[in-house]
Write a protein that binds this ligand. Structure first.
Ligand code: G3H
Length: 532
């Protein structure tokens, strides 16, 4: 495998060649943090944040330094915890006791304030994650929409909850009550969308929150934090920065976290869960790894299947938990499928995130370059072949998408989540082969099936319904639309995400019940009119 000489790749440019409106205006030093409603100045050590977008300086390339964030210690993270615990006050605090309408008003104002920060947040998101400007802008808009729709849904739930259920001579009124203190940790790949799609339902249901921002995708929250301080009562939202286990470990060990809301690797979250002294009490909302397969049947519409598979595998460089990570193609169409796949992948525009029409950009985490190369080499060692010219080559922080053909179970890429631009293709003769893969896989998020025969598609789908949480027919795997439940079976997650389901994940349904008799009718009448 060859490596394109870093200094000769003209995709990497100097700072002066970047369009003015895409440049960072200044080095973003996050010199404060939010605890107990106060924006406190940080006087300790910092750690630097670099972009994986390399900039040319003469013959050499260097990672752009974007800014720095506090390298907090156990002390500050425990201060944040104390503030969240006090604000919750065992469910008696101002926020958990407030009527839903009051919390909605605060969240509405927060959304309005956040919308005003679009320009700065989107630019930081692009630089921190190397996601294209357009995708960064989409992520921002999607996040706002998600938050607004969650508020609307909470409003409807609140109205519905005034209704009574009647059974067995009882009436009951159900409401969503908070669970307690939430430790909220969004991921690096969608640090805005995934973080706020956890935070907002947690807040609307009355919990108090400690937000630990991800290592990649941390600075972009800076412009939003002042709105958190202004919109929510003291201690309801607290922010911590620093080395994950050093700051989050003590918080978990305290036993005061009631919900762990986390998106990222299971290996990491397992260590956190084990630190909790009373894990039976810990609720979890987890989005973890996946190895979503596509099954391309012999009668599939190849144009559609190929373009969906390319998009599914390579959108945001394949750094999506919902990406397609292994294609099973029926052997009768494998030749033509590969030819078209190879053609499409070769035509993909590779470049810098601010350029128009670019699909592949530098990897957000350059440490994965070596890992991805290792996966390709391992597969090639067992007889797989990279079918697209240049596939698997590395240039600076760009990994050129690789279509790997004849992948089989001896290879690591057959099982491991690549989380990068590798498209492994395995051929099958009998549908039992991909079905067995899914049955034996540790993961169970989603799958795609491509084909035309309704009976065959439904048979295959029915056969794998217990393996994954969503099956996409003639479409790639994806989280959206956000009204659909998003979750994972087996090692892929726990709890439900989506505008509707996330509210339930963060709340405990609580019932006021009484015998349905004349003596209780005044109480029922009062409850009908009262906001709880
Ligand atoms: O990792 C998945 C992200 O949430 C992106 O969402 O799958 O709907 O594109 P999507």
């Amino acid at each position: 495998m060859t490596t394109i000489a870093e200094t000769r790749d003209s995709r990497f440019v100097s700072e002066q060649e970047i369009p003015e409106e895409m440049r960072l205006r200044k080095i973003e030093t996050q010199s404060s943090y939010l605890v107990n409603g106060e924006i406190r100045q940080w006087h300790g050590e910092y750690y630097d944040i670099f972009s994986s977008v390399l900039l040319r300086d003469g013959e050499s390339l260097a990672a752009k330094r974007l800014g720095a964030v506090p390298f907090m210690t156990r002390k500050e993270s425990l201060d944040a915890l104390e503030a969240a615990v006090e604000a919750y006050d065992r469910g008696m605090g101002r926020w958990p006791s407030a009527p839903v309408a009051e919390r909605i008003e605060a969240v509405d104002e927060f959304i309005r304030r956040m919308a005003g920060q679009k320009e700065d947040v989107v630019r930081l998101l692009m630089w921190e994650t190397a996601k294209t400007y357009n995708e960064s802008e989409n992520e921002f808009e999607r996040t706002l929409r998600y938050m607004e729709d969650t508020v609307d849904h909470m409003r409807r739930i609140d109205e519905d909850n005034r209704q009574f259920a009647f059974d067995g001579g009882f009436w009951g009124q159900v409401s969503y009550r908070p669970s307690g203190v939430v430790l909220c940790m969004g991921p690096s790949n969608y640090p805005l969308y995934e973080t706020y799609s956890l935070l907002i339902p947690a807040l609307l249901t009355g919990n108090t929150v400690i937000l630990k921002f991800p290592r990649v995708g941390v600075l972009l929250h800076g412009p939003i934090v002042p709105a958190m301080a202004d919109c929510f009562p003291p201690g309801v939202v607290n922010t911590i920065y620093g080395d994950g286990e050093a700051v989050v470990g003590p918080v978990m060990e305290s036993g005061n976290v009631d919900i762990l809301a986390f998106m990222g690797p299971s290996q990491y979250v397992d260590r956190l869960i084990l630190k909790h002294p009373a894990p039976h009490r810990l609720h979890m909302v987890l989005g973890l790894e996946a190895k979503n397969p596509a099954i391309v049947l012999e009668d599939a519409d190849l144009d559609l299947a190929v373009s969906e598979c390319v998009l599914g595998a390579l959108a945001y460089n394949g750094q999506r938990c919902a990406a397609l990570k292994l294609l099973f193609v029926h052997e009768s169409i494998a030749g033509v499928f590969l030819e078209r796949l190879q053609e499409q992948v070769s035509g993909i525009a590779i470049g810098m995130p601010w350029e128009e029409h670019i699909r592949i950009t530098p990897l957000a985490d350059p440490q994965r370059l070596v890992y991805l190369r290792g996966l390709v080499e391992d597969a090639v060692g067992y007889g797989a072949r990279v079918v697209n010219p240049g596939g698997g080559e590395i240039s600076g922080t760009i990994f050129y998408p690789a279509v790997l053909h004849r992948v089989d179970e001896r290879m690591r890429v057959y099982r491991e989540e690549q989380f990068g631009p590798i498209i492994p293709v395995a051929q099958f003769r009998d549908i039992a082969e991909p079905v067995r893969f899914m049955k034996e896989s540790r993961f169970g998020q989603q799958a795609s099936i491509f084909g035309k025969d309704a009976r065959q598609i439904c048979n295959v789908a029915t056969g794998i319904l217990n393996q994954v949480s969503r099956i996409n027919i003639n479409a790639k795997c994806q989280r959206g639309p956000d009204l659909f439940p998003f979750s994972g079976k087996k090692d892929s997650g726990q709890g439900m995400f989506s505008i509707h389901d996330a509210l339930e994940s963060f709340a405990l349904k609580t019932v006021l019940a009484a015998k349905d008799n004349r003596e209780n009718s005044d109480i029922k009448g009062f409850l009908e009119k009262t906001a709880m």
